[in-house]
Ligand binder design. Structure first.
Ligand code: HEM
Length: 468
């Protein structure tokens, strides 16, 4: 295949470094700007470390992003700032701690098994040999299934409807002119804006209906049935919160925003990461076999009796390193943006400087993840081995590895996502072998997240027997 699978991702057709230089900015890793001037950019050393470890509420999400995504995110955890963000984080984040996520292995396995049955059926219909699959679409469906079951439990079909609507909103919002939240465009009553506002209303009404049903215990089934799903857990926690119980409207808004934010943040990120990981393994059969051997060693060679749990999945170190490497080369988020909401003093001694209030700080993830100074000359190679000693030993400045963001705004779904990725890869590799289809066109583009522009076409073959 002539395509270089390691080429730089693009935003609307421009490779990231050229996009930056088109705007007169330096082609480097961190960009700090305010309205008056573009300040020099810093390399990921001392100062940036300080910035990334900085946890005060004064370093928040930029308002221009928040405005552009208002219909999808409301004032939920992803875009909120200050005490409003801290309050939401306190109510939501504990449900994503490892001891809670551990209990989700079963539901994730159920969803993945359902997808794999369909694949087996399709392969059989194809004569039992090799067939080309557009895996990104199925993996997206799988992620929607997982998040719907985790969030809505037995009402997961509703979750699927909500995700379809959010997807339609996201497609419209991802159009180039709206990505960077250009002012005034969002006020024009264009056809697409009207569509977004209609979908927003419908999604919110659907979520509220379930929430009210749960609050009144009128959803046919009793509360016990929902005791394990995230909606119920978050609702119960919110119902003991003094700020929310006094104000019905605030409570409803919190539940609606939380649901939309978790869907938005959770399902596409995880499914595109799974697609890129499969592509890299398809392109590197030696790594595919190494991971398969590890799976056999830890989980057994008979996939019909294979039972997965948190402990076994945690032992799959080679698979873990493959996922870390895939998230380095194809991190779903291109830019991690912050705004100084007050003057922020950083560093000390000769390294001391103040980031003035109003300054925006952009970290370009692909540039951080593909900086040869930090990662070495093989930076553009797929080499999971580099993570053998963990992130601190994979590069000079571990704080420059940011697939899940940094500081206090670090992704709260990281454990959930890593568990899902490991489990799905483990099940898929134990049942199927993958190679890159000759019809695959490598063109990673940013549509809010890094996606394969023409889909992820892989050749899939059923494994007869697992061979170590
Ligand atoms: C591979 C999958 C995922 C990736 C690569 C990813 C990446 C990210 C990134 C880059 C951020 C922004 C952090 C920052 O600004 O510093 C973020 C935030 C967030 N993510 Fe994830 N994420 C993933 C999966 C998930 C999942 C599965 C969930 C929930 C089910 C989730 C929930 C969130 C939330 C709620 C935030 C906002 C946190 C805050 O601002 O306090 N993410 N994620």
């Amino acid at each position: 295949m002539a395509t270089n699978l390691m080429q730089f991702p693009t935003i609307n057709g421009f490779a990231l470094p050229s996009l930056i230089s088109r705007h007169g900015l330096a082609s480097t890793n961190i960009h700090v700007r305010n309205r008056e001037k573009a300040a020099p950019v810093r390399e990921p050393t001392g100062d940036d470390k300080e910035l990334k470890l900085h946890k005060s509420l004064d370093l928040g999400k930029p308002s221009y992003l928040s405005k552009a995504r208002e219909p999808i995110l409301g004032n939920g955890i992803i875009k909120a700032n200050g005490h409003h963000w801290a309050h939401q984080k306190k109510l939501i984040a504990p449900h994503f701690f490892p001891h809670q996520v551990k209990g989700m292995v079963g539901l994730m396995e159920e969803c993945a098994t359902a997808m794999m049955r369909k694949w087996e059926q399709r392969l059989q219909e194809n004569g039992g040999g090799v067939a080309e699959f557009m895996v990104d679409q199925d993996l997206r469906g799988l992620s929607v299934d997982v998040i719907s079951r985790a969030f809505f439990g037995s009402s997961y079909n509703l979750g699927k409807t909500i995700s379809t609507m959010l997807m339609a909103m996201e497609e419209t919002l991802a159009k180039p002119s709206l990505i960077f939240g250009l002012p005034y465009l969002r006020f024009l009553p264009t056809k697409s804006r009207r569509k977004i506002w209609r979908l927003k209303k419908e999604v919110e009404a659907l979520i509220l209906k379930v929430v009210k049903g749960r609050q009144e215990g009128s959803e046919n089934d009793d509360a016990r049935k929902h005791s394990k799903d995230l909606l119920q857990l978050i609702l119960e926690r919110a119902s003991t919160d003094s700020k929310l119980i006094q104000d019905k409207h605030k409570m409803e808004q919190f539940m609606v925003d939380t649901c939309k934010n978790i869907y938005f943040a959770g399902y596409v990120t995880t499914s595109v990461s799974a697609s890129w990981t499969l592509m890299l393994l398809a392109q590197h059969p030696e790594w595919q076999q190494r991971v398969r051997s590890e799976i056999i060693e830890i989980c057994g060679s008979d996939h019909s009796t294979m039972s997965l749990d948190w402990d076994k999945l945690s032992q799959l170190k080679t698979l873990g390193n493959v996922i870390l490497e895939s998230l380095r080369l194809y991190a779903p988020s291109a830019v991690i943006a912050r705004e100084a909401l007050a003057d922020i003093p950083i560093g000390d001694g000769n390294n001391y400087f103040v980031v003035p209030k109003g300054v925006h700080i952009w970290s370009f993830v692909p540039l951080l993840h593909r900086d040869p100074e930090n990662w070495g000359p093989d930076v553009n190679e797929f080499n999971p081995e580099r993570f053998r000693g963990g992130i601190p030993e994979a590069c000079k400045h571990p704080q420059a590895y940011v697939p899940f963001g940094y500081g206090s705004r670090l992704c709260i779904g990281q454990t959930f996502a890593m568990l899902q990725l490991k489990l799905v890869m483990c099940l898929l590799l134990s049942r199927f072998s993958f190679s890159v289809s000759p019809n695959y066109r490598h063109s990673p583009v940013y549509k809010m997240l890094l996606t394969p522009q023409h889909g992820m076409r892989l050749l899939v073959k059923k494994n007869c027997k697992l061979i170590n």
